[in-house]
Design a protein around this ligand. Structure first.
Ligand code: GDP
Length: 424
């Protein structure tokens, strides 16, 4: 059975925790898109980890972890994460990398930085991990696929790549010969031997695993509102965090994905640019930010303070619809335990009209939240391990949200650790 675990919002919903948890009963965990630009936080018996590229199944020795074809594969980060796991005492995980994935190279990170500098106040708030230059090159068909490392044509592919990059860098950033063919070839030659033990023909591997009845988790990065097609363009990521893309990236039929767990956080956050309807400020925002997550709402990878809003049913409904959610993992519920009343945004007022649909991007800045206030539970629920141990007000909050979204909540997370989870 194939299950996707994906985000309904802007990311940071707790996909890492959810995947690590569910991986215990899985055979294969597949990271299907994005690169090392965001972190999945996992707290388990080995300690606290923020995984940027490795699938979140790496802490389970029985799990085969697959990096699928749609991932922006940064080999430097890959090897440094593997090294970090080793240093921290995690047994060497089983890992396979799709030979159809493409290489994110150091020049992509340089391009990302130079472009943010060039844009100045119009910058995107990039994490400077090279993601958009990587995907631009991939779709311009000049990128270097891992399988090309083993092709006799590698030197021609690398030469074309360098030539194109140098034209671009000269025009945009006035830098001559930004990338040297020889350096790129040296880098690629070094990778050739180091990557060889990990490679698989991902579509065949995955389809065979489905035939054998393996339990497979597809792990998405970021969330639906950052989807390149349906998110708040241009403040989106350069790939698709939607469960549907999981089938494309892994090379499996879409109808094989039987369950889609959309991870939804009990309040709303966003890192980076782009409108956030109902964005909180001042002491209200500071307090929620301080209490959120495992160490406050600060980027797992970048440390940037996350922008904060109350739960947004309009955005969550849209995000879950895009994901095709069949169930919800509702996370960070414990964080709201300090409130007497909890505002929930149930609709937007957009140019004077009330709407329950997520507006076109240019109308987001014209939209104000319409709140309904629910009773808070005003206590610590982080030790609750059964649904019936939760206070009535917390149960009502969960029911209210699931009715608003129209998808059942099957997992409730009341803390960042594995065992702080209630299966409903
Ligand atoms: P991901 O990228 O979706 O995996 O999410 P991040 O790791 O970027 O951010 C989620 C944050 O919430 C991390 O700090 C997690 O440790 C934390 N977290 C996850 N679930 C819970 C929860 O139920 N309660 C609390 N307090 N923190 C949680």
């Amino acid at each position: 059975m194939v299950t996707a675990i994906t985000g309904s919002g802007f990311g940071d919903e707790g996909k890492g925790k959810t995947t690590d948890l569910l991986a215990e009963k899985a055979d294969i965990v597949v990271r299907f898109q994005g690169g090392a630009n965001a972190g999945h936080t996992i707290i388990n018996d080995f300690g606290k980890f923020v995984l940027r590229l490795l699938p979140s199944g790496v802490f389970h020795h029985h799990v085969e972890n697959v990096i699928a074809s749609g991932v922006a594969f940064d080999a430097d980060i890959f090897f440094s994460e593997l090294e970090l796991l080793k240093e921290r005492g995690v047994p060497t995980p089983k890992i396979l990398i799709s030979s159809r994935a493409q290489l994110l190279l150091p020049i992509h990170k340089l391009q990302d930085r130079l472009e943010e500098e060039r844009l100045g106040k119009n910058r995107f708030g990039s994490t400077l991990s090279g993601i958009w230059p990587f995907y631009s090159d991939k779709f311009a068909r000049r990128s270097i696929q891992i399988s090309a490392l083993y092709s006799e044509n590698l030197s021609n592919i690398a030469a074309r790549f360098c030539e194109d990059k140098n034209v671009y860098f000269k025009a945009f950033y006035h830098i001559e010969n930004a990338v040297s063919y020889q350096e790129v070839m040296d880098y690629l030659t070094d990778l050739k031997a180091r990557l060889a033990p990990y490679l698989c023909d991902c579509p065949y591997y995955m389809n065979e695993a489905i035939k054998e009845g393996k339990d497979i988790l597809l792990e998405g990065q970021l969330g639906a509102l950052r989807d390149i097609e349906n998110g708040i363009y241009p403040y989106v990521t350069s790939s698709s965090p939607l469960a549907g893309f999981g089938s494309v990236s892994a090379g499996i039929p879409p109808y094989k994905i039987k369950s889609i767990i959309s991870v939804v956080k009990a309040y709303h956050t966003s890192v980076g640019e782009g409108a956030l309807v109902g964005e909180l400020s001042g002491s209200t925002a500071d307090e929620l930010r301080r209490k959120g997550g495992d160490q406050g709402e600060f980027g797992a990878n970048t440390g940037r303070p996350r922008r904060i809003a109350w739960f947004d049913c309009v955005a969550a409904r849209y995000g879950c619809m895009l994901q095709g959610a069949t169930e919800l993992a509702f996370t960070n519920l414990d964080v709201l335990g300090y409130l007497d009343n909890i505002p929930v945004c149930v609709s937007y007022k957009t140019n004077g009209e009330i709407t329950k649909n997520f507006p076109q991007t240019h109308l987001l800045s014209e939209s104000q939240p319409v709140y309904q206030y629910l009773k808070g539970w005003n206590c610590d629920i982080s030790e609750c391990s059964q649904y019936n141990e939760l206070p009535e007000a917390a149960k009502n909050y969960i029911s209210f949200i699931e009715n608003q979204i129209g998808v059942p909540v099957s997992i409730i997370s009341v803390g960042p650790k594995r065992n702080q989870t209630i299966f409903r």
